[in-house]
Design a protein around this ligand. Structure first.
Ligand code: FES
Length: 579
């Protein structure tokens, strides 16, 4: 990689010169239409054209500050001698999209790829944060492999209510369970509802958004250590203008995503995921991102049983604090400085420096939020990979957010055929269930969901909540919000909708979970399972039209990252065919 700021390309080498610097009829049209937008030739000719890919939307409150931040990025691009162009792309607002944003991650990835391919863009600023937006934009940009820098949305401010701090998702689930159990009133719950999301920014727990922006950071795709700057903080605006300046330098120096996204970088991301107690969704996204970068990565790489990495971030749902606290404790670089011996410090970042160089000024403030290695929140990795007769191709559990006594458990299955069945029956007083039962949800995987919705933290039956039960073993082919918690086994592969063993479970079957041994078994004779297999309905054919049809025809299973088979890899020209 060329050292920061050292020009390597000339103006004639710019990709955008193919549009702007030609003496053809189309060259004339490109210049005329840029003039129509109010720009003179001095504004853009011979300058890197920087696409600012913004996932702003009124239906994505996590990104409601992006219009202001686009202006900050543009300021930086102009300062560095570039020409900024804002390109709105699909926003995946986690709270509102149904059945799930998981159905649209690959849609946004494909859009980013195509918008980069077809436009006169030399480098791109990727603005993401709300869960799927981060991996989606990185997947698309990695495929195209033009210079790219990631600008994280930043977490929202800490929620506060009656002297308590409130974390997105985590505390909603907690207080909703208390409402169901009758320990708080409806009006108290409504009051809590208003206090939980006080500013722009993504969820401020260590959910999928905080996890994925931290991973983009350690992968080297954003300016180092910026992922935890709170969205409303003035330093977030500074970071945006700095990123705008840097992407112009990156175009001249020809710094591209695949120079950064190496096996070493992904190895660092895995270690960081474990130390953060990060979201289980990151497993799927890292597999998909590595697939686009051409880096071999598989589910077994997430198994840290033999190489314990402690959870050091004391952040909900695995811990106590929230992202604002993490930022003030030193943020990601402070955490990484505790993990030096487990990281490849030679990995490069988009600022042109190695991870080791970027850690030089890291400062951990206090021992509470980012723990020293000698006082971990959890002694070994927060995630565990499971396999067995119920999950031949694997499953995952976030053991740092589970109940320790349930990590080895055998219980009778109580099976739900889908979300509707679950909703209709979970609170039925006649449901044959007790606290030792194992709740099973199927038909919630990549095809069955579709899109693998975050239904994995199944609600507990009201009659058990009223008895004081607050956790049970739950198993599904769904995902789970990174803000959720409990003894929840996820991503069972293959999913029920394609005939995986999850489709063969019946009420009363014994299921054995042994997290330390990495096992998840259905304790039913193979002869009986063979009979059930014969009687099973044909696999789910998926949707019949449009994007959903493309998705169900081509989506890969969870252990392969749920990318579309036709988007895997990074082969092919990035250039449009016609001048
Ligand atoms: Fe946007 Fe959680 S809802 S990050």
């Amino acid at each position: 990689m060329t050292a920061a700021g050292l020009p390597k390309k000339t103006a004639q080498d710019l990709r955008s010169a193919r549009w702007y610097a030609t003496d053809t009829r189309m060259g004339h049209t490109h210049r005329q239409r840029t003039s129509q937008a109010g720009y003179s030739r001095d504004d853009y000719l011979g300058k890197p054209v920087i696409g600012i890919f913004s996932t702003w939307s009124d239906l994505n409150p996590c990104h409601m500050h992006f219009r202001d931040r686009v202006a900050d990025i543009k300021r930086g691009v102009w300062q560095a001698g570039g020409f900024p162009v804002e390109v709105p792309v699909t926003s995946l607002g986690e709270p509102f999209m149904k059945p799930t944003t998981g159905l649209y991650r690959n849609f946004l990835a494909m859009e980013v790829e195509e918008m980069l391919r077809c436009h006169p863009i030399d480098g791109v600023v990727l603005m993401g944060g709300c869960d799927k937006t981060t991996p989606a934009m990185i997947m698309g940009a990695t495929t195209v492999n033009l210079p790219a820098i990631f600008v994280p949305a930043g977490p929202m401010l800490t929620g506060r209510w009656r002297g308590e701090t409130l974390g997105s998702g985590t505390d909603t689930s907690k207080w909703f369970a208390e409402l169901k159990a009758g320990t708080i009133s409806r009006s108290e719950f409504d009051d809590m509802e208003q206090a939980g999301a006080r500013s722009a920014g993504h969820c401020m727990t260590m959910g999928t958004a905080s996890t994925m922006t931290a991973l983009a950071d350690v992968l080297g795709l954003s300016l180092p250590g910026v992922s935890s700057i709170p969205a409303p903080d003035s330093r977030h605006a500074h970071m945006c203008s700095h990123s705008g300046r840097r992407i112009v330098e990156m175009v001249w120096s020809d710094v591209r995503p695949r120079q950064v996204l190496t096996r070493a970088a992904f190895g660092n991301a895995l270690v960081t995921l474990m130390a953060l107690g990060g979201s289980t969704n990151a497993v799927i996204h890292l597999l998909a991102m590595a697939g686009r970068a051409g880096v071999p990565l598989n589910l077994a790489d997430f198994d840290f049983q033999q190489r314990p990495i402690p959870v050091l971030a004391d952040i909900r749902p695995s811990g106590k604090y929230l992202m604002e606290d993490f930022f003030h404790a030193g943020g990601l670089l402070a955490l990484l400085s505790e993990l030096r011996e487990d990281l490849d410090l030679t990995a490069l970042a988009v600022n042109g420096q190695t991870l080791g160089e970027n850690l030089a000024g890291a400062l951990r403030v206090g021992d509470e939020v980012i723990r020293p290695r000698s006082q971990p929140v959890y002694p070994s990795a927060g995630l565990a990979v499971l396999r067995g007769t119920l999950a031949p191709d694997g499953a995952v559990i976030k053991r740092s957010a589970a109940t320790a006594s349930l990590l080895r458990h055998t219980g009778r299955a109580v099976v739900f055929e889908g979300l509707e069945d679950l909703t209709n029956r979970i609170d039925d007083p006649t449901l044959d269930v007790d606290e030792s039962s194992v709740l099973v949800l199927r038909n919630a995987g990549p095809i069955g969901g579709p899109g693998m919705p975050e239904w994995g933290m199944l609600p507990l039956p009201r009659k058990l909540l009223e008895k004081g039960v607050r956790d049970m073993v739950r198993i599904s082919d769904a995902r789970m919000s990174g803000t959720h918690y409990g003894t929840v086994v996820l991503h069972v592969a293959p999913e029920a909708a394609v005939g995986g063993p999850l489709s063969l479970v019946r009420d009363g079957d014994l299921i054995e979970l042994d997290v330390a041994a990495g096992k998840l078994d259905l304790l039913v004779d193979e002869a009986i399972l063979a009979e059930r297999r014969q009687a099973n309905p044909l696999p789910n054919p998926g949707a019949n039209r449009g994007w959903r049809r493309i998705f169900s025809d081509h989506v890969l299973q969870a252990d392969q990252g749920c990318d579309l088979d036709l988007l895997l890899g990074n082969e092919g020209s990035i250039e449009p065919e016609i001048n």
